[in-house]
Design a binder for this molecule. Structure first.
Ligand SMILES: [Zn+2]
Length: 421
């Protein structure tokens, strides 16, 4: 049945660009505009733009507009996933080493086309993808195929291969006589200049750095680059008009990344109040990836809800609370790929479970992410003149974040990709 639905959605997509009317009046019980919830508002779309957002009786509706109305429903901006890996799929199906080492880039890309479609159908019209993990620049090609309308998927911002320091990254544990391909590109010192430029030349929209990795003596997270190396990466990246973003779990790696000019900190498993404040001071956005920690721990046997929280879950909860307390901007990104694409809302559910007010979770996946990724002049809000990325869900996600799973309608750039009764 699920397969059939996907086939129908694909058919719908195939002729959608021909059959669609160009203006719409969208009606539901309430509108979340990216910042606040408004009862009785309506959204008007014409072509690929939002023409009006406001009280139903005040918005001007163009002649011939198609009315789309849902009862007991909420209209939101197209959601923005802040940390995906479209070239990966859940590790409880196939472990990471096997995906990286044994699966060809073409096989992985074939899978990624399905992941992209599932992401869009879940209401995520934009996604920032944080590295192909051994699949080269397949993300650049995937983005192109989506932009050209060949396959349905979210608008993508992609990292390409990402950069790690020599010796730090996996796959690990193979005989040293064998040369093993890695999940990202190793570089150090002055060679970082060449590698950053090479990644930019091959299509990276931003540069993703692993500022630490679990390569400490006890397997703990330790910084992988020096502060000077990070500064060098940032300088070369910035001069091309792009930004550096950093995987960083430990406090020292976060500190170096922030001081070097990183725009977002990914994971941040050991944030304390002081670290959170430093991030805030430097206008950095925190992307927590709670779902990855939660899911991997469950894949390893943790019986959530029955067994007590293991140490890594306790750390993650403490870190997230410290981040909230510090006032740092908290965006949304789940490291989806570790868990199924299309289940992106799991991250938001966990953010709420870990103490974030539900309206802040809604802002995280819309306006906060839009600002963090410099998209806030076109996306992440329902505002006059913005791009027509619009989602309708049943219920009220401003009260129950899980209602974001009940997607009824998805529009990207004014094109309808999903429309349920
Ligand atoms: Zn990731």
């Amino acid at each position: 049945m699920k397969k059939l639905t996907h086939a129908l959605l694909f058919l719908l997509f195939s002729y959608s660009s021909l059959a669609q009317s160009s203006s719409y009046l969208l009606l539901a019980d309430r509108v979340f505009d990216g910042e606040a919830m408004h009862d009785g508002w309506a959204v008007v779309v014409s072509g690929d733009r939002i023409m009006a957002v406001g009280p139903r009786e005040k918005v001007a509706v163009p002649k011939g507009a198609t009315t789309i109305q849902y009862n007991n429903a909420t209209i939101t901006p197209g959601l923005i996933e802040g940390h995906s890996h479209l070239l990966l799929y859940p590790y409880n199906i196939t472990d990471w080493d096997t995906q990286v080492l044994k699966e060809s880039d073409s096989y992985r890309t074939a899978r990624a086309t399905v992941h992209a479609r599932n992401t869009l159908m879940a209401g995520f019209t934009t996604a920032r993808d944080l590295g192909t993990e051994g699949a080269g620049y397949s993300d650049v090609a995937l983005k192109r195929a989506i932009n050209e309308g060949i396959i349905p998927g979210p608008r993508l911002m992609v990292a390409g291969r990402a950069i790690v320091s020599t010796g730090s990254y996996g796959p690990k544990g193979y005989d040293n006589d064998m040369s093993i391909m890695l999940g990202a590109e190793p570089a150090d010192g002055n060679d970082l200049i060449r590698v950053v430029r090479d990644q930019i030349g091959k299509g990276a929209d931003f540069i993703k750095i692993y500022a630490d990795y679990r390569w400490g003596i006890q397997g703990e997270d330790q910084p992988s680059f020096t502060l000077d190396e990070l500064k060098l990466i940032n300088e070369v990246t910035r001069s091309s008009g792009r930004v550096m973003v950093c995987h960083a779990k430990s406090r020292e790696a976060i500190r170096r990344a922030v001081l070097a000019g990183a725009e977002t900190i990914e994971h941040g498993d050991f944030i304390d109040l002081e670290t959170g404040k430093l991030m805030k001071e430097h206008n950095v956005t925190y992307i927590p990836t709670i779902a990855a920690v939660d899911q991997i721990t469950q894949y390893r046997g943790w019986k959530k809800g029955t067994a007590p929280d293991p140490a890594n879950i306790i750390n993650k909860k403490n870190s997230f609370r410290a981040a909230i307390q510090s006032g740092v901007a908290i965006g949304m990104g789940g490291d989806v790929g570790v868990f199924p694409h299309g289940e992106n809302v799991l991250e938001l559910e966990l953010m709420v479970e870990y103490g974030l007010p539900v309206m802040d979770a809604l802002r995280a996946c819309t306006s906060v992410n839009a600002r963090a990724f410099h998209l806030d002049q076109q996306f992440g809000f329902l505002k006059d003149g913005f791009k027509a990325d619009v989602v309708v869900v049943s219920g009220d996600p401003g009260r129950n974040i899980s209602d974001l799973r009940k997607v009824k309608f998805v529009m990207k750039d004014g094109v309808v990709y999903r429309k349920e009764n």
